[in-house]
Ligand binder design. Structure first.
Ligand SMILES: *[C@@H]1O[C@H](CO)[C@@H](O)[C@H](O)[C@H]1NC(C)=O
Ligand SMILES: *[C@@H]1O[C@H](CO)[C@@H](O)[C@H](O)[C@H]1NC(C)=O
Ligand SMILES: *[C@@H]1O[C@H](CO)[C@@H](O)[C@H](O)[C@H]1NC(C)=O
Ligand SMILES: *[C@@H]1O[C@H](CO)[C@@H](O)[C@H](O)[C@H]1NC(C)=O
Ligand SMILES: *[C@@H]1O[C@H](CO)[C@@H](O)[C@H](O)[C@H]1NC(C)=O
Ligand SMILES: *[C@@H]1O[C@H](CO)[C@@H](O)[C@H](O)[C@H]1NC(C)=O
Ligand SMILES: *[C@@H]1O[C@H](CO)[C@@H](O)[C@H](O)[C@H]1NC(C)=O
Ligand SMILES: *[C@@H]1O[C@H](CO)[C@@H](O)[C@H](O)[C@H]1NC(C)=O
Ligand SMILES: *[C@@H]1O[C@H](CO)[C@@H](O)[C@H](O)[C@H]1NC(C)=O
Ligand SMILES: *[C@@H]1O[C@H](CO)[C@@H](O)[C@H](O)[C@H]1NC(C)=O
Ligand SMILES: *[C@@H]1O[C@H](CO)[C@@H](O)[C@H](O)[C@H]1NC(C)=O
Ligand SMILES: *[C@@H]1O[C@H](CO)[C@@H](O)[C@H](O)[C@H]1NC(C)=O
Length: 815
């Protein structure tokens, strides 16, 4: 394999010669930096160097955007050079990102808004469940409906572009600070989640943005550091470089972004950090090569805020829009100029950038705009947005913005009911001894924990406050609540129906240090509900995988005296749950970040109005130290390039790692309980394609890549039965084990199908999983394509990654 990889890299290195200077004098052109290295066979055997891929491919409207592409071209034809430069450069204004209007052409500009679970800079908007939460539903319909409802709110507030959904971070490390904004460390599950979310958002008329492209797997050192005065040319450390091989790139990190492109996503946001030595927003291999050439992406690449580190080099490498446009920290200083803006005008005039490249940038920006009909009757930007926007408040505006229409529009509709349903469907029942759940009209309930009650520091969820329930994490992915149903409120309301006694203790320090029998009256409560929370936020990685605020001690203290301790976690993601085997901890529910209807959604599950059907979108290990691939949090050297993160675990992240290394876990990927019981039987596989060959027929590239990769070639069917007493949903999951002829490093099994199936008690249904060519292929680094290995595949269907019930084999291509 090593020699094969060397061959590949050397062939890529023979691409047209381009020197660093040709791309951007004075800027930090990492692409060219790695490219102009003399041929070094030691380095060639490794990875961490990004080959140059030029020029940037032009959009051609493939995938149904032909008519919109023609309109975009007609629009571009009317622009002056200065207007063209404005079209690719963010400017301060009412939204988090803004493109100036061109009134002459009746173009009212573009409004870009955060984020993954809410339109963040807004009033009277909903706070939806987080990405990790909705991923826990394993429900394609819910993923779509959430996207659609969010899209409606962005549109009604006048935002053409929603900065969501997230597939980077994928979740390489359990500790990464932004995993909760995305879905799952499994690329297949995240791929489906991306596709459904994007379809939902775009069907509602807003442009979705798949982010952060790519390998944004940790927060620590995601950006460069500058000298004490913040001078952009005086770098102390370049940002972390995420270094991975080509196969890992394709089979893990690029996989869900391919789904995004397949779903015709309007835009891609490139990441902050470097990839194989080159900044993500000027990495020509990633943007020109992988995204625009291999995947046939037709939309535009926008930078993360301040992720642009050069002008010409970034433009040539495939960046189409610089956000938020200015220089300085996070690009927030527009008066200091821009790598784009006026510099684009200069670069075209001095012959460095071909105007055809600039035109393609704008064509890519305007094609989805026309395709989604945003040129006709799109709502104005809600004027209240400008007052709430702290990113570029009015004092920073360089031009006046005319804001019209009703201010403080209420865009929430009936989404509260939707969020309540989605969050209860997302709640994962991890333990339920003696069937203590659902609750059977208890008359005495004790509620514990600082996560149960009202938020005490307001609703702007940007800090890890001690008192109050957690509905979302922090940073650009948070949301501003307009109301909050706390667990305590909802429990009190529900318990009142039974005339129950409800007592509460919300001070974790007090609970953890007190003999709780001295607290409650008049005797042992029938159930003790413990609410725990775990914060995470953008720009910081998690320091541990425990629950916060002495939560582990709170559980131990309660369980010491209460033989029916039911624990609910509101968490950013993985918690190790060291007390999970405590005999008095009778039930555990992982509810993640549920959004504004938190209390109602958990009460629906606790009391059995909703039968839990959430499934873990990641693995819960026995110990935090069991996880591999930790973030790189320190280096001992001072070289400007020295922050490096080597993805040496390759494909072995999350369950792929625990399976490959045969490590016991506490709760495996895909696990979750129900109040009912289910069985699987009669697995069968039907081949849908004749004469399959190892390599796919090369067809013209469409969004998503070679269309042959997306063709269903097998249909695996299985019958699923609800053998319990109550109606409910389960999630049969299909895992593929590749034949031995697949290259070394292929994980023991990989998720390649799942379906959420609702069944009445006693009902049986047949479920089909269509396997696409990509599902049965590995990425061959030598021939640079997906190949089906010869020999027999094992197809296992079960209720989790370690609860496989039915097995069959298929041989798509004989040896
Ligand atoms: C090749 O790269 C290796 C590893 O970085 C380095 O030690 C060696 O000096 C380089 N050789 C040449 C000829 O530059
Ligand atoms: C930072 O600015 C101060 C004040 O202008 C100057 O004295 C100092 O030398 C600067 N530091 C660096 C590293 O340039
Ligand atoms: C061009 O970019 C440089 C940084 O490379 C910046 O200092 C300058 O202000 C920019 N010019 C314009 C017109 O934005
Ligand atoms: C052309 O303009 C760009 C942008 O300001 C600049 O980076 C580049 O060095 C200029 N090239 C020449 C040859 O003047
Ligand atoms: C101008 O734009 C508005 C909406 O932005 C649209 O309704 C109207 O038809 C447009 N007019 C022309 C002449 O294109
Ligand atoms: C929480 O309990 C601890 C221990 O009893 C006490 O010191 C602290 O003041 C309490 N905090 C509040 C806000 O009451
Ligand atoms: C806790 O309090 C109960 C009731 O007062 C008492 O029976 C028990 O011994 C106490 N436990 C400890 C460890 O002091
Ligand atoms: C479980 O709770 C009961 C009180 O209901 C208590 O007597 C027992 O010691 C507890 N068990 C453990 C292992 O703490
Ligand atoms: C807890 O202990 C009480 C009193 O011994 C008993 O009635 C009840 O069934 C126990 N609850 C559980 C869940 O074991
Ligand atoms: C977790 O592993 C570490 C390192 O092996 C060990 O020190 C620690 O005791 C373990 N914790 C638990 C709860 O097993
Ligand atoms: C830094 O040095 C310390 C002490 O020698 C060592 O334990 C640690 O592993 C080093 N860290 C890195 C990232 O090299
Ligand atoms: C796969 O099987 C399911 C269940 O029988 C069926 O509904 C579906 O149409 C099948 N798909 C194809 C392509 O045959």
């Amino acid at each position: 394999m090593a020699s094969a990889k060397s061959l590949l890299l050397s062939s890529l290195l023979l691409a047209p010669a381009v020197s660093a200077q040709a791309y951007d004098s004075g800027s930090r052109n990492e692409d060219a930096f790695s490219y102009v290295q003399p041929l070094n066979t030691t380095i060639l055997g490794q990875y961490g160097h990004s080959p140059a891929v030029f020029p940037s491919p032009n959009a051609n409207g493939a995938g149904g955007w032909e008519a919109a592409l023609a309109k975009a071209k007609a629009f571009v034809a009317q622009l002056t050079l200065e207007e063209k430069s404005d079209m690719v450069t963010g400017a301060p204004g009412p939204c988090v990102g803004n493109i100036y209007p061109i009134p002459r052409l009746n173009f009212s500009g573009l409004c870009l808004q955060d984020g993954p679970l809410s339109i963040r800079v807004a009033d009277y908007a909903s706070v939806f469940e987080a990405g990790v939460t909705v991923a826990s539903t394993w429900d394609k319909d819910i993923l779509y409906k959430r996207g659609y409802a969010m899209g409606q709110e962005f549109k009604a507030k006048g935002a053409q572009i929603a900065l969501t959904p997230v597939a980077g971070p994928l979740g390489r490390s359990a500790y990464s600070g932004r995993n909760w904004e995305g879905f799952s460390p499994d690329p297949y599950l995240t791929g489906v989640a991306m596709e459904e979310s994007i379809k939902g958002l775009q069907d509602a008329g807003v442009q979705a943005t798949a982010k952060h492209f790519i390998a944004n797997e940790q927060e620590t050192m995601r950006n460069p550091t500058f000298n004490e005065n913040g001078t952009l040319t005086d770098v102390t450390f370049e940002a972390l470089s995420a270094n991975m091989d080509d196969r890992t790139m394709h089979e893990l990190y690029l996989w869900p972004f391919a789904n995004a492109v397949k779903a015709n996503v309007a835009s891609m946001m490139c990441a902050y950090q470097r990839i194989n030595g080159s900044y993500a927003c000027q990495n020509s291999k990633a943007l020109n090569g992988l995204l625009k050439e291999e995947l046939g992406f037709q939309g535009y690449v926008m930078s993360d805020w301040g992720g642009t580190h050069s002008g010409v080099a970034s433009i040539e490498a495939g960046l189409d829009m610089n956000m938020p446009g200015g220089l300085g920290n996070y690009g927030m200083v527009p008066e200091a100029g821009s790598y784009f803006g006026g510099n684009v005008t200069i670069a075209v005039n001095n012959g460095t950038v071909d105007v055809a490249r600039l035109d393609d940038m704008i064509v890519r920006i305007m094609t989805p705009y026309y395709h989604l009909g945003q040129d006709v009757d799109f709502p104005t930007v809600d004027p209240s947005t400008a007052d709430l926007n702290t990113f570029s408040n009015r004092s920073t505006w360089l031009r006046e913005w005319t804001l019209t229409g009703e201010a403080s529009r209420d865009v929430r509709g009936d989404h509260g009911a939707l969020i309540r349903k989605h969050a209860s469907e997302a709640t994962i029942l991890l333990k339920n001894e003696k069937n203590v759940l659902p609750l059977k009209a208890p008359k005495s309930i004790a509620v514990f924990g600082n996560d149960a009650g009202e938020d005490t520091q307001g609703f702007l969820n940007q800090a890890n406050f001690e008192y109050g329930t957690l509905t979302a994490g922090g940073g650009s992915g948070t949301g501003r609540l307009t109301y909050l149903v706390t667990p305590l409120d909802a429990i009190k309301a529900r318990a009142a129906q039974d005339g129950a006694l409800v007592q509460q203790w919300l001070n974790n320090t007090l609970i953890a240090t007190t003999n709780v029998t001295s607290l409650w009256i008049p005797k042992l409560p029938e159930v003790c509900l413990v609410f725990l929370k775990t914060w995470a936020e953008e720009a910081a990685d998690r320091e541990h995988l425990s629950v916060d605020w002495n939560g582990d001690d709170v559980v131990e203290s309660v369980a010491k005296y209460c033989n029916n301790t039911v624990v609910v976690t509101h968490s950013s993601g993985i918690n190790t749950l060291p007390w999970a085997d405590h005999p008095n901890v009778t039930a555990i529910l992982a509810a993640h970040f549920p959004g504004q209807e938190s209390g109602n959604s958990i009460v629906d599950v606790l009391y059995g109005d909703v039968n839990p059907s959430g499934r873990l979108p990641y693995t819960i290990a026995l110990n935090g130290t069991d996880y591999n691939a930790p973030p790189t949090t320190a280096i001992n050297t001072t070289g400007v390039e020295d922050w490096q993160s080597w993805f040496d675990e390759k494909l072995e992240i999350d369950y792929r790692y625990f399976d490959a290394q045969n490590i016991s876990v506490r709760y495996e990927f895909g696990f979750g309980l129900s109040y009912s019981s289910f069985e699987l039987a009669d697995v069968a596989a039907e081949c849908l394609a004749e004469g399959l060959t190892t390599a796919a027929e090369a067809q013209p590239i469409m969004p998503g890549g070679n269309p042959a990769l997306w063709e269903s070639i097998y249909n695996v069917t299985i019958s699923v039965s609800n053998t319990g007493e109550v109606a409910g949903a389960t999630v049969p999951q299909l895992y593929v084990t590749f034949p031995d002829s697949a290259p070394e490093g292929t994980p023991p099994k990989q998720l390649r199908g799942f379906e959420k199936v609702f069944l009445e008690a006693g009902e049986t249904r047949t479920v089909g999983f269509e396997l696409m060519r990509r599902d049965l292929s590995y990425w061959d680094v030598v021939s640079q394509q997906w190949l089906i290995p010869t020999g027999e595949f094992t197809i296992s269907v079960g209720f989790s990654s370690r609860d496989l019930k039915a097995v069959t084999t298929i041989t798509p291509v004989s040896a």
